[in-house]
Design a binder for this molecule. Structure first.
Ligand SMILES: Cc1cc2nc3c(=O)[nH]c(=O)nc-3n(C[C@H](O)[C@H](O)[C@H](O)COP(=O)(O)OP(=O)(O)OC[C@H]3O[C@@H](n4cnc5c(N)ncnc54)[C@H](O)[C@@H]3O)c2cc1C
Length: 440
């Protein structure tokens, strides 16, 4: 399954890169070009928008700072699951009402279905596995909360989950000293995120969309009836623009974005393949994707080739010593949660940015007071399904085939500015301390 990566330029160091034989480097934008719609960012959101727009007959240019697969879409955990907000179901109901919360839940399920349907339609083998996902109680007392959650989801959303006690976890291959019960959600599956993304990029090119690599947009300015996107070696003019930079977006591209998002690091490690003996020593043989009940959660799954993927929050700073400390902390957590594998080497370790917003909900819509500029961003760490579907939806808003109110209310609210944005990293550090304490 592993192939020698022939990626000529900088690599992320991810297992996903090593699992494909080629990561395509699209040509840089040199000179000037005009498109009906220009998209900033070649992740799931930008490429999904580009695909839909190109198929509707519009000329599309996607400007990507590095290459398809550089952003979070090429380096995530591959959990195609519910999510996209940091508000829980109760908060969503309080803020938007039960009907809108239900509409939003249905939207998340539709996102999962869209990804599954695409893989099937395109004939892509993305190493899929796992029927649904399981949330594991990291303290005995959390099992009671999972039971309450199961009843709440059934009563309000009609979602039928399954609650597992400790003995069921052990007998079904979810063994570990920190797993005291579980809640199985029937939605979602796991995939190789880069294989999916590369296929999406191919679909865009086949539909006539142009993707430019190594073309970071450094400015967006009004130019007559169009917008002009500046890059190092040229510019693009377009009447409409889709912002899809998410956790990699530049703060002032356009100026409206300044102080409105918070990039947050997440980190992943992948071990060497485990033997059958090692799997049974730990008692973990299930192939269901899993996360724990911590606020600073860990997410993990046994990959089809028996490697173990283990993800957790990243650090605050991207300097080398901070990254080393982050990987060490993640490895310690792994050894605590899976002690029988303390001797098993980590073969791949990498990190990337997710995107948080002050509202704690994504934004899929037209940017206020910037006619023709649309944004689809802020998936709060769960973007495979959410960004894929929202990319399609933003295309609908751009062409006018969809109205703002067709979207669930939680997606309609433009990002608010963080108070004193310069201190965002400090807020994050504070949140980590508080959550770390609550998780004990
Ligand atoms: C380590 C990690 C694990 C994760 N695990 C999961 C998971 O298991 N399940 C899940 O659902 N989600 C997960 N996520 C989140 C998910 O990957 C993202 O929400 C999703 O990929 C975002 O897609 P996107 O298209 O919005 O942005 P991205 O994929 O980040 O793409 C944005 C692109 O925009 C480009 N860009 C930004 N600014 C500019 C500019 N000015 N000019 C040109 N290009 C620009 C960037 O280079 C980047 O390639 C994870 C994320 C990380 C980092």
């Amino acid at each position: 399954m592993l192939q020698q990566s022939r990626t000529p330029r900088e690599t992320i160091g991810s297992y996903w890169e090593a699992s494909v034989d080629h990561v395509r480097q699209d040509r840089q934008l040199i000179g000037n070009a005009h498109f009906d719609v220009a998209v900033i960012g070649a992740g799931y959101a930008g490429l999904s928008a580009a695909l839909k727009l190109a198929k509707s007959g519009l000329s599309i240019g996607v400007l990507e700072a590095e290459h398809v697969g550089f952003g979070a879409s090429g380096r995530n955990g591959g959990f195609c699951c519910l999510g996209g907000t940091k508000l829980d179901a109760r908060q969503l109901i309080r803020r938007f009402g039960l009907d809108e919360a239900r509409k939003f839940a249905a939207y998340q399920v539709a996102g999962i279905n869209l990804v599954a349907q695409r893989l099937e339609n395109w004939g892509v083998d993305a190493d899929c596995h796992s029927k649904g996902e399981i949330c594991l109680a990291h303290r005995p007392k959390d099992l009671a909360s999972l039971k309450e959650e199961a009843a709440f989801l059934k009563d309000n959303f009609g979602i039928r989950t399954r609650v597992l006690g400790k003995s069921e976890l052990d007998s079904e291959g979810y063994g570990g000293p920190e797993f005291h019960g579980g809640l199985h959600m029937p939605y979602g599956f796991a995939l190789n995120p880069l294989k999916y993304l590369l296929a999406l990029g191919d679909q865009v090119r086949q539909a006539g969309g142009r993707i430019f690599g190594k073309s970071p947009v450094t400015g967006v300015n009004q130019d007559g009836e169009c917008w002009r996107l500046e890059t190092e070696h040229g510019y693009v003019r377009a009447k409409k623009i889709v912002l899809a930079g998410n956790g990699y977006a530049r703060e002032t591209v356009p100026k409206w974005l300044h102080g409105r998002t918070l990039p947050v690091m997440s980190s992943i490690q992948v071990t060497r393949p485990l033997s059958e003996g090692e799997l049974s020593d730990q008692g973990w043989t299930a192939d269901t994707m899993a996360a724990d009940t911590r606020k600073l959660l860990h997410y993990f799954r046994l990959l089809p080739d028996r490697r173990f993927l283990f993800g957790t929050r990243g650090g605050i700073f991207e300097k080398a010593p901070a990254l080393t400390a982050m990987q060490k902390r993640a490895r310690n957590d792994f050894e605590t949660m899976f002690p029988a594998w303390a001797h098993v080497e980590t073969e791949f370790a990498w990190h990337g940015n997710v995107c948080l917003a002050r509202n704690l909900t994504p934004f899929v819509g037209e940017v206020p007071r910037m006619d023709g500029i649309y944004a689809a961003m802020g998936w709060h760490g769960s973007g495979i399904a959410m960004a894929s579907l929202s990319g399609e939806k933003i295309a609908g808003l751009v062409t006018g085939s969809l109205r703002r109110d067709d979207l669930p209310s939680p997606l309609q609210i433009p990002f608010r500015k963080f108070p004193l944005p310069a201190f965002r990293k400090l807020y994050l550090q504070g949140a980590y301390w508080i959550y770390g304490w609550l998780d004990r």
